[in-house]
Design a protein around this ligand. Structure first.
Ligand SMILES: N[C@@H](CCC(=O)N[C@@H](CS)C(=O)NCC(=O)O)C(=O)O
Length: 77
């Protein structure tokens, strides 16, 4: 049951897009599980959640992915 409400963020430490999302999540006190992506060798999960652009950040909430940092920020607020 708890897994259904898990918030996961596929990111990469140097990405400014990911930094913005992480900051917003921190401000909102939303606990996340981070998945660090190697952009030269992306996880199958990232490729299936964001099959067109294949980039970070991707937030997964209750198993549903949200791509694009600005869309994620809108959903957090
Ligand atoms: N418009 C996207 C841009 C994200 C983006 O460009 N992410 C880069 C890292 S900073 C990325 O994942 N690059 C991997 C690639 O293009 O293969 C957003 O706002 O989330």
């Amino acid at each position: 049951m708890a897994e259904e409400h898990t918030v996961m963020l596929h990111g990469m430490w140097a990405s400014p897009f990911v930094k913005g999302v992480e900051l917003a999540l921190k401000i909102k006190v939303i606990t996340i599980e981070s998945v660090e992506e190697d952009l030269q060798n992306k996880t199958p999960e990232l490729l299936s959640f964001n099959p067109i652009y294949k980039n970070v950040s991707v937030l997964i909430h209750s198993g549903k992915p949200i791509c694009e940092s600005l869309v994620i920020l809108e959903n957090i607020n």
